[in-house]
Design a protein. Structure first.
Length: 96
């Protein structure tokens, strides 16, 4: 399990993969924020519940990435961590 951290020396994306016989958990979680089609002129859209500003749609989120036996490109300059896992061993490979 990795504690939430930022790889502040990264200059670009990193590629992550996890290996092992673990059977549950162990996903890589990357925090960030979502910007839903932001517009320079403060665009407004009509929805079922009235008109909302696109600019107001920014929100925090956590992207959960399954890296078990697959490679994923992530930005380590954002807060990230690994969820707890069970059912076996887990190893992480990180390519910079």
């Amino acid at each position: 399990i990795a504690s939430p951290h930022i790889d502040d020396r990264d200059q670009s994306y990193q590629y992550a993969m996890s290996l092992g016989d673990f059977t549950n958990g162990g996903q890589l979680c990357v925090e960030g924020w979502m910007d839903a089609e932001r517009s320079d002129d403060n665009d407004e859209r009509n929805h079922d519940h009235g008109t909302i500003s696109i600019q107001a749609m920014e929100e925090d989120y956590v992207n959960v990435v399954d890296t078990h036996n697959r490679i994923a490109r992530v930005d380590g300059r954002h807060v990230h961590y690994v969820r707890s896992f069970g059912g076996g061993n887990r190893w992480s490979l990180i390519f910079y």
